[in-house]
Design a protein around this ligand. Structure first.
Ligand code: FBP
Length: 560
């Protein structure tokens, strides 16, 4: 029996690349500081909430010829939220930097996400332990979780655990919500003179944790390439059988970055972008009409097949749904401890309770939905109060409504085709894939750099590695204050400080690239088949990053 696959064995040997500023060694770094920063919005409120960590400068590392010595430090690391390819390499980079700085340093991994630091569940990493996970996908090295770190009691417990292990810094690897937690913890530690630093690392396949300083979160590269491979395979099947429309929902939560990138890599017939739906105030009916029109026109050409890409969060961006879901979120927060709702024995009773509390217009929208979707909208919120869009089968909703619309058109003599649809949801298939070379290098650099930030005594920073369309040696390593990315948003019915999510920009180069080709891709089959992620061979094939990053960087470099 084999314990490792041939690819596992090969990938364990891969040596991730570092920016040249870090490659010279963790003890040969120099820090340069930019100007004081401010939050993206709501400056006064964020400043008041983060009195000790607000306004710090962006920092950048350079290598020097001077070799310093580093004091002994123990560090704890947490994987938080959904899995993203490369998380293990962040920990490997952090471990290597920490041991390089001083072999007496120790790295502890908190088990099962943020709850590990609260409950004192941890492991101590060793060379052998880390070596078994280098360049592998998944978060199984220590596990992850979605516990929100925000209460005084949780902070007190975390402090006690850190004191017990003599930990002076904690690294939180997470998305926007987890890094919001990192900012809160950093502030609390400073306020309470705990002497513990907190550094975040930008993780999420969703690609929505980005801004002027953070070009992309890790995992986006590998996940989108994996989905693109699968979409390409389905396109070839559709084009061979010529009898199905494939409706493919793509993970990515609210933002449509993942769907957009996967579409640019594969050129399907229809791509919905949630942000466009919102901007153009497209109702559910107009989306159905838009898609039906393409299906009818293709049928007129004798093509009763095609591929439609649907972003996971679409439903939240359709104006009438958005208003209903916002109303529903507030109601669900108030129903959490309502005995009538909690003890309701049938889903019908739950529907009635909710419908009675919704505003009349929203109740009408809710009521118009198929039972399947109504039930899914009542599923538990995530710990941050968000609807779990991965559990809402929008692809099935669209198929059902389009079938009805096409039947109407047929009865009017306006449709001559045959509509047979297959639904898919690609999400979990990509979150734990072997990290691409890009993600393996990027993650290792982010982890290594996180320790550099710790070694310079910083807290409340996000590890940042930039200039990512260039070879790794030219990447720029540094840190961005977490408060710089924050604004106030409504969560669980209350306004809270959170890191602002980056949505698809409709005037940006990535969306424009789709818009230009859309009609051509709808009618003519311009399918691309990207195939599997390549790990070995020429760097133009193996190390090339996403269309999103290349288009955005090209625009930035052109100064447009
Ligand atoms: P993070 O924001 O935590 O990185 O999670 C990303 C994600 O994969 C989303 O795209 C998706 O909506 C969600 O996780 C699903 O998470 P879960 O499996 O916990 O429901």
């Amino acid at each position: 029996m084999r314990t490792l696959s041939p690819l596992q064995i090969e990938r364990l040997k891969y040596q991730p690349k570092l920016p040249s500023s870090l490659a010279k060694g963790i003890n040969s770094l120099e820090l340069s500081e930019g100007a004081a920063t401010q939050s993206v919005r709501d400056q006064e409120q964020i400043k008041a909430l983060f009195k000790n960590t607000y306004g710090k400068p962006v920092v950048t590392f350079k290598s020097t010829d001077e070799a310093k010595t580093s004091a002994v430090r123990n560090v704890g690391v947490i994987l938080s939220g959904g899995q993203a390819p490369g998380g293990h390499n962040v920990i490997a980079g952090l471990y290597d930097a920490l041991k390089q700085a001083n072999p007496a340093n120790k790295l502890y991994g908190f088990l099962g996400g943020p709850s590990g630091i609260i409950d004192g569940k941890y492991v101590e990493f060793t060379d052998e332990f880390i070596d078994a996970y280098r360049n592998t996908g998944g978060f199984d090295i220590i596990g992850s979780g979605r516990t929100k770190l925000e209460t005084e009691e949780q902070f007190q417990k975390s402090l006690a655990v850190c004191k017990k292990l003599n930990i002076s810094a904690v690294v939180i690897i997470g998305g926007d919500d987890s890094n919001t937690n990192a900012a809160l913890l950093a502030e609390w530690f400073v306020k309470n003179n705990a002497g513990i630093q907190v550094i975040g690392c930008p993780k999420t396949i969703d690609g929505d944790l980005k801004n002027e300083q953070i070009e992309i979160s890790f995992g986006f590269d590998t996940a989108t390439k994996t989905y693109a491979e699968l979409i390409g395979n389905i396109q070839r099947d559709a084009n061979s059988a010529k009898k199905y429309w494939h409706f493919i929902k793509i993970m990515g939560r609210s933002a449509s970055h993942v769907a957009l990138e996967a579409a640019l890599q594969t050129q399907p017939n229809i791509t919905l972008i949630s942000e466009e739906v919102e901007e153009k105030k497209m109702s559910l009916e107009s989306i159905i009409n838009y898609m039906s029109d393409i299906i009818v026109r293709r049928a007129d050409m004798g093509k009763n097949f095609g591929i439609a890409i649907i972003p996971e969060g679409l439903i939240e961006f359709i104006p009438e749904m958005k208003s209903m879901i916002a109303n529903l979120n507030d109601i669900m927060a108030s129903l959490e401890n309502d005995p009538d709702f909690v003890n309701a024995t049938t889903i019908r009773e739950k529907f009635d309770i909710v419908e009675n509390r919704l505003d009349p217009e929203n109740a009408k929208v809710y009521n118009s939905l198929p039972v399947l979707i109504k039930g899914q909208l009542l599923a538990d919120r995530d710990p941050h109060g968000n609807v779990q869009v991965s559990k809402i089968e929008t692809e099935k909703l669209l198929i059902e409504m389009i079938t009805t619309r096409l039947d109407e058109l047929k009865s009017q003599g306006d449709y001559i085709g045959k509509f047979s649809a297959q639904s898919h949801f690609f999400g979990y298939e990509g979150r734990c894939a072997f990290p691409s070379n890009f993600d393996a290098d990027y993650c290792y650099s982010l982890g290594f750099n996180a320790f550099a930030l710790i070694n310079f005594g910083l807290t409340g920073y996000l590890s940042s590695v930039r200039n990512l369309t260039k070879p790794a040696a030219e990447w720029v390593a540094g840190g961005v204050p977490l408060t710089m990315m924050m604004n106030m948003e409504k969560r669980h019915g209350e306004f809270k400080p959170v890191i602002q999510k980056a949505l698809v920009k409709l005037d940006g180069p990535v969306f424009k690239a789709l818009e230009e080709c859309r009609e051509d891709w709808a009618m003519n089959d311009r399918y691309l088949f990207p195939g599997a992620v390549q790990y070995f061979g020429p760097s133009e094939v193996c190390d090339i990053t996403t269309c999103t990053l290349q288009l955005e960087r090209a625009k930035e470099l052109a100064g447009v």
